[in-house]
Ligand binder design. Structure first.
Ligand code: MN
Length: 498
């Protein structure tokens, strides 16, 4: 973008496209936010040479696209003002836009810009801890951070290679999983793909090429299958009663999910069938009913599909009844579409209702945004329980960092309900343990235990526990091979910190 053409009018035209859900009054507040941000960043440039203001405006546009409220969008506009300019203070932000906007901007601002570090503390760790502590108080803090990171990833081309790699790794380890936990599937996927491009460019372009070649072969059969399925579902009398709209998208599997398969196959591209099965149909059922019962319609659609095309045995995944730690909700199956005699490729079909699907932030209630005000009493009653519960079970695994007290997901809720429970747990955990850790340990714990790939495990009591994959394997090894009452997981709920 040419700097002369980037004036307030131009920026407002871009931004207001994403503000259709706000009242006139709130759009006016956002406009004031834009003018303040424009003045604060006046004269600053990004590494790419673009005027700096384009960054906060794009961040605000991402937030608007998620139907977020005016406070969040204003905070998106102002998120770098205090950190990067000396033209604005937190007090001024509060006076003009209220305490919520101030709190969000404060949380986005690097702590190390405000207070000096102590000897031995790494600046990065300290900032990370500060952000996580703030984040658990108001989910909007996390949403602004994710939008900020997403736009930075989109515009990373002009950074040094080393910096690109570092940011990409951090995004894969921390921010993409966080987006997934909030159910923002599209944000998560875009982050993963952008990160991969910088994290492992050779394999990224190799897979991109591979996908392009497959598209040439599979495109027609996928399109045919889409048309057939569309007709079948549109004409179904039972669905017509329960579903407002059915939309089917034909696409290829995400390059990042392909990368994971590629990695597991030790980077062998040839002869690996799984790397060729990339055709996907995504069936989205728009229902009025947000209740859990509306999920039943997904099973009905699955039945229709399995009667239409042969399902591939063992490839059905039910992520409605059985949770998946990644938080994706829905059904997925693989079928052989029979269009004439050609059998070109199996197709993966994903089935979801609109309530399970991505980023349905619009349904979140603004009154719930910062339901989790810091509560000093939280840990008083429970603070000792984590250390003295060793008598509970026969098999006591003592693992570092108290993994079983880490925030866990409620496996039946989704969207905001899920994010809410998760943040509440995170806050409790921070009260009990997080505050006692050094910034370094804190970062390790969040990254390795809390955001790393995890699995659900059944306990003997029939409960679900979410465990980091590595630790679950470790437990499995101990219980199965060292023999404690046969196979299976015997997990204790006690743990020790350090
Ligand atoms: Mn920023």
């Amino acid at each position: 973008m040419d700097s002369d053409s980037v004036d307030v009018k131009f920026l407002w035209e871009r931004l207001s496209q994403q503000l259709g859900h706000l009242t006139l009054e709130n759009r006016r507040r956002v406009a004031v936010g834009l003018i303040v941000a424009y003045a604060a960043h006046d004269g600053q440039k990004r590494k790419s040479g673009e005027p700096f203001i384009t960054h906060p405006v794009e961040v605000a546009r991402i937030l608007g696209g998620l139907y977020l409220d005016a406070d969040t969008i204003i905070a998106g506009l102002l998120h770098d003002t205090v950190e990067d300019t000396d033209r604005l203070s937190f007090e001024e932000i509060e006076q003009r836009f209220g305490v919520h906007v101030r709190r969000i901007v404060e949380a986005e601002t690097r702590l190390t810009k405000i207070v000096p570090t102590r000897p031995g503390e790494r600046v990065k760790d300290l900032d990370f801890q500060h952000f996580f502590m703030c984040m658990s108080q108001d989910v909007r803090i996390l949403l602004v951070k994710l939008a900020d990171r997403l736009h930075n990833m989109r515009t990373m081309a002009s950074m040094k290679t080393e910096k690109q790699k570092e940011k990409a790794a951090e995004t894969l380890q921390v921010y993409a999983p966080l987006a997934g936990l909030l159910g923002l599937d599209t944000v998560k996927e875009e982050m993963e793909v952008l990160s991969l491009r910088y994290f492992d460019p050779d394999r990224y372009f190799e897979l991109k090429d591979h996908l392009k070649k497959l598209e040439a072969v599979q495109e027609t059969i996928l399109k045919d299958a889409k048309d057939i399925l569309e007709r079948k579902l549109q004409n179904d009398p039972l669905l017509a009663k329960q579903v407002r709209q059915i939309s089917i998208t034909a696409r290829q599997k995400s390059i990042y999910s392909l990368y994971k398969i590629y990695k597991r196959s030790q980077w062998k591209l040839e002869g690996n069938q799984r790397l060729n099965q990339v055709a996907q149909l995504h069936v989205l059922l728009d229902t009025d009913d947000p209740s859990a019962e509306s999920a039943a319609v997904c099973y009905y659609v699955l039945g229709v599909i399995h009667l239409l095309w042969s399902p591939i045995p063992g490839k059905l995944k039910d992520c409605i009844a059985t949770p998946k730690p990644s938080s994706w909700k829905g059904l997925s199956t693989n079928v052989w579409p029979s269009s004439g005699a050609r059998l070109v490729t199996p197709i993966e079909i994903l089935i979801q209702t609109s309530h399970m699907s991505t980023g349905n932030v619009a349904q979140w209630q603004p009154s719930q945004w910062n339901h989790i005000e810091a509560d000093d009493d939280v840990s008083d009653d429970e603070s000792n329980s984590i250390f003295d519960s060793s008598d509970e079970t026969e098999f006591n695994l003592t693992l570092r960092n108290g993994f079983n007290r880490l925030p866990t997901l409620s496996y039946r809720s989704s969207g905001f309900g899920q994010a809410q429970i998760w943040l509440e747990n995170l806050q409790k955990w921070q009260h009990e343990i997080g505050t006692k850790m050094s910034p370094r340990d804190y970062v390790d714990c969040i990254r390795d235990d809390f955001l790393s790939p995890s699995v659900y495990v059944f306990t003997p009591a029939g409960e679900f526990v979410q465990l980091p994959e590595v630790k679950a394997l470790f437990c499995f090894f101990l219980t199965t091979f060292l023999g404690r009452n046969g196979a299976g997981f015997r997990l204790s709920y006690s743990c020790a910190y350090r």
